[in-house]
Design a protein around this ligand. Structure first.
Ligand SMILES: *Cc1c(COP(=O)(O)O)cnc(C)c1O
Length: 472
């Protein structure tokens, strides 16, 4: 076997990679103190913990500053107490219900609280679970839809029939994964003109007897807009009258299911609509918990086919579980429960309202600039998208994104999907922790850049095929 250092051609880069400061000092006193450990195979032996810590710590200094990241929806700040609780629970495995019955109980309470928040008919009998995030939650919800369709069509299936799932082209990538992994045809409603999300009638037109469900996104990742869930349900009611197809709706509330209940109480999007059979959210987005937790809930146990549920040992009895993973950290679930207790409805409302105020304030300022045009205003999710005004020829959204990055801001620019590939936008996600002060600094940096951008001869980034740091 040959290590990279054996190849003379690699020696140079090997030397450059030398990152062990003699100050770290606890290494082998014989003199190998400054020899760097290999980074792509296991080192031959151990090193002192302080040295290992320093090496890893130093390398991570080059990661971005998460508070300046306007691309992600995921929580980047929690209180110290939440951090302490998470540290106390880092050894707890969510699947060991028997060993950690209190953690299991906190998970159950969170499910009940969410069922109540989302107006389930009987929250105490709520059916749901924690997951690693919305992606896993969406896989589980999609699986339940597919299994229900299969059971209903048992006589006909398997055969030539192929199940399909209807949704807007703006869905998050997890739905494409679901369709790919579980062999469901994805039927996508394209964007049209200034409509950047699902249209109820266009969705109904794509449905047939093989449709396992329709996904409505509460809070499109493309522009922060809410999809019209109630109108979609009404359109599917009419379709059922006409054709007899009873097509359930899943609401992907990754972001919005933790925003709308506090800020848009009159908006009917949840289990109040009988056709809504399941809802997911990301605890680690507007649920305000560090990455690693999501939630999936079903209206009643009738919506979750029994044969998908597995049993694990729990206090000598059996506890039902529905998850893709077996082992999973318990700390995030504990942190979710902490945050629910800590904030309550009023606390969540205050936090989300602040995020919305920041988003709207920032959107207003940017919308007032001659160079830009707003697509959304931050008044649904605290998220908005904007593009350059039609008369702007010297620079484009990719230039803005790149130049802002020089100031430390991560603001993604990306091109819209079918039928609006002609449109490229910048998107700003305002989260708890992105304060009005930070927003003012961002505006100041943007204003500083504009004269230079206007002096460009033409947009500089000619390759529009690659979006910049777009997480959707
Ligand atoms: C973020 C997001 C997802 C994926 O959620 P993760 O928690 O990141 O796995 C799915 N759908 C929507 C609408 C999202 O915003």
């Amino acid at each position: 076997m040959r290590g990279p250092a054996d190849n003379p051609a690699d020696n140079h880069s090997e030397r450059l990679r030398l990152s062990l400061n003699p100050f770290f000092g606890e290494a082998d006193p014989i003199g190998s103190m400054t020899s760097a450990p290999p980074t792509h195979r296991l080192p031959d032996g151990p090193m002192p913990p302080s040295t290992a810590y320093q090496l890893v710590h130093d390398e991570l200094m080059l990661d971005g500053n998460s508070r300046l990241n306007l691309a992600t929806f995921v929580t980047t700040w929690m209180e110290r107490q939440a951090g302490v609780l998470m540290a106390e629970c880092r050894d707890k495995n969510m699947i060991d219900k028997d060993e950690y019955p209190r953690t299991a109980e906190l998970e159950r309470r969170c499910v009940t609280m969410l069922a109540d928040l989302w107006n389930a008919p009987d929250p105490s009998a709520a059916v749901g679970c924690s997951t690693t995030g919305s992606s896993e939650a969406c896989m589980l919800a999609g699986l339940a839809l597919k299994r229900r369709w299969t059971t209903k069509n048992r006589d006909r299936y398997p055969g030539s029939a192929r199940p399909n799932l209807v949704m807007g082209v703006n869905v998050q990538v997890c739905w494409e994964k679901f369709c790919n992994f579980w062999e469901v045809e994805a039927r996508l409603v394209p964007m049209e003109g200034d409509r950047f999300h699902l249209d109820p009638q266009a969705a109904a037109d794509l449905c047939d007897e093989n449709t396992i469900g329709v996904v409505a996104v509460l809070g499109s990742t493309f522009d922060g807009s809410y999809e019209p869930v109630a109108e979609l349900c009404a359109t599917l009611d009419a379709l059922q009258e006409r054709r007899g197809w009873d097509i359930p709706v899943h609401v992907d509330g990754a972001s919005g299911a933790m925003v709308a209940p506090f800020l848009d109480e009159d908006l009917v999007w949840d289990f109040r609509l009988p056709r809504v059979s399941s809802i997911n959210t990301s605890g680690h987005k507007y649920g305000l918990v560090y990455p690693g937790v999501g939630w999936a809930l079903w209206r009643t146990s009738a919506e979750l086919p029994e044969e998908l549920v597995f049993r694990v040992n729990y206090l000598g009895g059996e506890m039902p579980t529905f998850a893709l993973n077996f082992s999973r950290p318990g700390a995030q679930v504990v942190a979710q429960y902490y945050t629910f207790l800590r904030l309550g409805r009023d606390g969540y409302r205050a936090v989300q309202q602040t995020a919305r105020d920041v988003a709207r304030g920032l959107a207003d300022e940017i919308g007032a600039m001659d160079d830009f045009r707003l697509l959304t205003h931050g008044n649904e999710l605290p998220v908005f998208a904007f593009t350059t005004a039609p008369h702007v020829k010297n620079f484009d959204v990719f230039d803005v994104s790149r130049r802002l990055r020089e100031h430390g801001w991560l603001m993604p620019a990306y091109t819209f999907p079918a039928n609006r590939e002609d449109l490229s936008v910048l998107r700003v996600v305002c989260r708890n922790g992105f304060s009005a002060d930070l927003a003012a600094m961002l505006l100041a940096d943007l204003r500083l850049l504009l004269p230079e951008l206007r002096r460009q001869p033409h947009p500089l980034d000619r390759d529009k095929s690659r979006a910049t740091a777009f997480h959707h």
